[in-house]
Write a protein that binds this ligand. Structure first.
Ligand SMILES: C[S@@+](CC[C@H](N)C(=O)[O-])C[C@H]1O[C@@H](n2cnc3c(N)ncnc32)[C@H](O)[C@@H]1O
Length: 122
């Protein structure tokens, strides 16, 4: 995998608006390399939980590395975010906050052999 570099957009504003409770349960549905996730996870105690999903296996690998030092409980899953309701139901948990960063990932644009496309629906 090439270097995973991405500047997280509105990082401070996003984290501030999530009003994170240290023992809360949060999900980042489009975790990418874990920029936002790291800042969320950093504010959680060892009783807090962070669930990350991303459809890109390289992002999941980078995110897993990035979040490695956090003390909170974390689950980093290679999955589309539409699976989150099922994931939460299976664990019997409810979220205190959810982040979906629907922008493009610099890593996917910067890596020539990745390619990129839009699918217009409707
Ligand atoms: C802008 S990046 C996220 C960057 C991340 N917030 C950060 O700060 O590092 C968007 C991510 O959404 C992922 N993605 C796109 N569609 C998705 C889907 N349906 N389910 C899960 N992840 C998706 C992409 O693979 C990409 O990694």
């Amino acid at each position: 995998m090439s270097d995973f570099s991405h500047v997280s957009v509105l990082l401070d504003e996003t984290v501030e608006n999530l009003a994170i409770k240290p023992d809360g349960i949060y999900a980042d549905g489009t975790a990418g390399g874990g920029g936002h996730s790291f800042e969320i996870g950093r504010r959680l105690s060892k009783n807090g939980t962070l669930i990350c999903t991303d459809r890109d296996s390289e992002a999941v690998e980078a995110c897993t590395k990035r979040l490695g030092t956090l003390e909170c409980k974390k689950d980093i899953i290679h999955s589309e975010f539409r699976a989150l309701p099922e994931i939460l139901k299976n664990r019997g948990i409810k979220l205190d906050g959810l982040l979906l960063d629907l922008g493009v990932s610099s890593h996917q644009l910067d890596t020539p052999d990745r390619g990129f496309s839009y699918l217009i629906c409707g």
